[in-house]
Design a protein around this ligand. Structure first.
Ligand SMILES: NC(=O)c1ccc[n+]([C@@H]2O[C@H](COP(=O)([O-])OP(=O)(O)OC[C@H]3O[C@@H](n4cnc5c(N)ncnc54)[C@H](OP(=O)(O)O)[C@@H]3O)[C@@H](O)[C@H]2O)c1
Length: 287
């Protein structure tokens, strides 16, 4: 889509974050809504992308992981990033993950995002004066709870995981990710050049999370710690590959779970959203 000066390309515009970015860009006064174009493609239709990216100045880049080919995410980002820079894109805003600083290549999610970042930094640093890169590293999405917790809350009044009740995660609302992306994509390229923005709205223990559910739903929701093997077998039973199931059961056990970043309010001009706010908006899903 285009503003009077900039042409912004959003990969994954049908997703949660991408659609929030498009809505945010359209809301901005200077956006000409008639200049919004939708391109249908996949990560493998490089020719479609190559043609569509022509004339754009900024790129929001998101790739979903393919656990059968852990190297695929970094390959996609390298290919899409290289084409973008060669076609004249000046700024890439990459959607990465909190795991990069906290875990690096440890775990499959950390591996995919760390190797993706490495390839993008290499591309940007080949021509530092022309190529700007901004990396967003969000914590755990609050929206994950729509997959992981709906059934146990609805039917058992429980949140279930394998960490102790005191285990924590840094949670983030995807609205904050979209809003932050819009700011970076519309402010001067130089301002955010080579910035890495970690994103965590609230650091909550499992017990605190259960208390928020109880408050919002108006009934008692408790946290239950299950043996790690039980949870792992359940994930495998759902068809999840070993590497992801192992990663997911490791997160609550290890004392690494992201960071809270209230300083992001400097960018988005409001406080980051809380889990309670998110839950109030999604309460029907858990009733
Ligand atoms: N979940 C978390 O807690 C968390 C935390 C940190 C980072 N992240 C990262 O955040 C990113 C976004 O994840 P998400 O699942 O939440 O994204 P999402 O908002 O659901 O969006 C995914 C987008 O990618 C598109 N897509 C999927 N497969 C595609 C393909 N083969 N070719 C082209 N487009 C494809 C989807 O298109 P369709 O609508 O057509 O399918 C959709 O537009 C991932 O890189 C993830 O690792 C997640």
């Amino acid at each position: 889509m285009s503003t009077s000066k900039e042409h912004i390309f959003v990969v994954g515009a049908s997703g949660d974050i991408g659609s929030g970015i498009v809505r945010g860009l359209v809301k901005k006064d200077e956006i000409l809504t008639g200049c919004l174009t939708i391109v249908v493609g996949t990560y493998s239709s490089v020719e479609v992308y190559e043609k569509a990216i022509e004339g754009h100045t900024r790129l929001f880049l998101l790739a979903v992981g393919n656990l059968k080919r852990p190297t695929e995410m970094s390959e996609i980002k390298e290919t899409f990033g290289k084409i973008a820079y060669e076609k004249g894109v000046r700024q890439i805003v990459d959607l990465s993950s909190w795991t990069v600083r906290s875990l690096g290549r440890q775990g499959i999610i950390g591996y995919m995002h760390t190797t993706s970042e490495e390839k993008l930094w290499k591309l940007a640093d080949e021509r530092p004066d022309e190529r700007s890169l901004v990396v967003l590293r969000p914590g755990v999405f609050m929206s994950n709870q729509l997959m992981s917790d709906v059934n146990s809350v609805k039917h058992l009044n429980k949140l279930v995981s394998c960490g102790p009740p005191s285990s924590t995660f840094a949670w983030i609302d995807t609205k904050d990710i979209s809003d932050c992306s819009v700011v970076v994509l519309t402010e001067p390229v130089e301002k955010h050049d080579r910035c890495v923005y970690e994103m965590g709205g609230e650091f909550l223990t499992q017990e605190q999370r259960a208390a928020i559910f109880s408050k919002v739903l108006g009934r008692s929701i408790t946290y239950e710690q299950q043996p790690v093997e039980t949870l792992y077998k359940m994930f495998i039973g759902f068809g999840m590959p070993h590497s992801l199931a192992y990663d997911i059961v490791s997160f609550p056990i290890e004392p690494v779970s992201g960071h809270v970043t209230p300083q992001l309010s400097i960018l988005i001009n409001r406080p980051l959203r809380t889990l309670e706010e998110w839950l109030r908006e999604n309460v029907k899903e858990f009733q």
